[in-house]
Write a protein that binds this ligand. Structure first.
Ligand SMILES: NC(=O)c1ccc[n+]([C@@H]2O[C@H](COP(=O)([O-])OP(=O)(O)OC[C@H]3O[C@@H](n4cnc5c(N)ncnc54)[C@H](OP(=O)(O)O)[C@@H]3O)[C@@H](O)[C@H]2O)c1
Ligand SMILES: [Zn+2]
Length: 351
């Protein structure tokens, strides 16, 4: 292993030009950690784009190496981790729980208030190598590529946590998936379908909504052209949706989505990239017994379920394209422009 590695750094907030390819010292795994040779890492809307722009967390210590969901091969281990683990193909969960708070002790590490994040609080996977605590790595099923493992480990657990643990989506219920062609949305469609729900996929263009049919949507709506509430009521024969997988918080889209909820409907969200501040019709909320749950992240069980579902082909990663790490600036600009179906994956071993 070389003593230095190529990595993409951010040393100031700004547009994609602040992403710089640099040589940094290859990190060594501390006790309880592993060193991973990175084969894939995906580009994320909030944790890469917004962080880089200075729109998410401004308390970061530069240089930051972004990259929350690397997957690759263990090439070295720190004290307390058997060397025999070298050679394992693993994906990584970005959130590092404290292990000590009441949420962690209850197995609810998705709510740990002291958790640290890979790619924010320590160098992430936009690099040839990354170190992570061994408890954050998960074996990749043999039939999955590294890129697929990155996407599955990053987004499916959140979709599982929101739809199954919190919304308690049941077989036969109606669900509306917003941003259905996006990274999290494409996972939401598949988890809902796998649960036996009836899936309405909504997106900002006909072609993007239609794309969701390929991975499980039964009906589609273009929320930029059609009246979302009216379409949902038409499709569901006046019932509305039992569950709304929202995750956007665009003030122009929110009312149509919210008004699509049926009596005793559940709205779940882990995202606000569409603006974040939305009008809330509280009268409708209580009269219709609607519940809203905000819950980012996932638990270990959700990650294990996601990888096992993908391993047996029940769900799949939707990858728009894979690019060399050198093309990171172009990858960020592509995601910012919109129109991507699923994910962009970066591969530091290419090019
Ligand atoms: N662990 C977690 O809690 C977790 C994990 C992953 C993501 N998230 C959150 O979930 C949200 C979605 O993330 P993602 O990775 O799926 O992003 P993404 O791939 O970019 O998808 C987001 C989708 O939102 C739609 N959209 C609608 N209105 C928009 C607007 N005003 N601006 C931008 N996009 C708009 C876009 O689709 P159309 O063009 O078709 O409308 C886009 O495809 C983000 O807020 C992210 O932070 C949370
Ligand atoms: Zn904790």
């Amino acid at each position: 292993m070389r003593s230095s590695m190529k990595a993409v750094t951010v040393r100031e907030f700004g547009d994609a030009d602040v992403l710089r390819m640099e040589q940094l010292p290859t990190p060594s795994p501390a006790a309880g950690e592993v060193l991973i040779e990175v084969h894939s890492v995906s580009v994320n809307q909030t944790l890469d784009i917004s962080v880089r722009q200075g729109g998410y967390r401004t308390d970061l210590r530069f240089p930051v190496v972004l990259g929350t969901d690397p997957a690759g091969v263990i090439v070295a281990t720190g004290d307390g981790v058997p060397q025999a683990r070298c050679g394992e193909r693993v994906s990584v969960v970005a959130s590092m729980r404290c292990g000590d708070c009441r949420f962690c002790r209850m197995g609810r590490e998705d709510s740990c208030p002291r958790s640290k994040h890979l790619g924010l609080d320590r160098w992430g996977g936009y690099a040839e190598y990354v170190t992570v605590p061994v408890e954050n790595v998960f074996p990749i099923p043999d039939n999955l590529s590294f890129g697929e493992a990155s996407v599955i480990t990053r987004h499916f657990p959140t979709a599982i946590n929101l739809l199954l643990n919190h919304a308690r989506l049941e077989q036969g219920e109606w669900v509306l998936i917003m941003g259905a062609a996006g990274a999290l949305g494409s996972c939401g469609v598949q988890i809902a379908r796998h649960q036996g729900a009836r899936v309405i996929a909504a997106a900002g263009a006909d072609s993007r909504a239609e794309a969701a049919r390929e991975y499980g949507a039964e009906f589609t709506v273009n929320y930029r052209e059609q009246d979302l509430e009216r379409e949902v009521l038409r499709i569901t024969d006046g019932h509305g949706v039992d569950v709304l997988f929202e995750n956007i918080a665009d003030p122009t889209l929110w009312p149509g989505a919210f008004n699509s909820l049926a009596f005793a409907g559940r709205l779940v969200t882990a995202g606000a990239h569409g603006g974040g501040t939305v009008p809330l019709d509280v009268k409708r909320l209580y009269l219709k017994r609607i519940r809203i749950t905000g819950q980012p992240g996932a638990t270990r069980k959700d990650v294990e379920l996601a990888l096992s579902l993908a391993g047996r082909g029940a769900v799949r990663a939707i990858i728009d394209r894979t690019m060399p790490l050198e093309d990171v600036k172009e990858a960020h600009e592509l995601l910012e422009r919109g129109g991507i179906i699923g994910k962009i994956v970066l591969d530091p071993t290419l090019g």
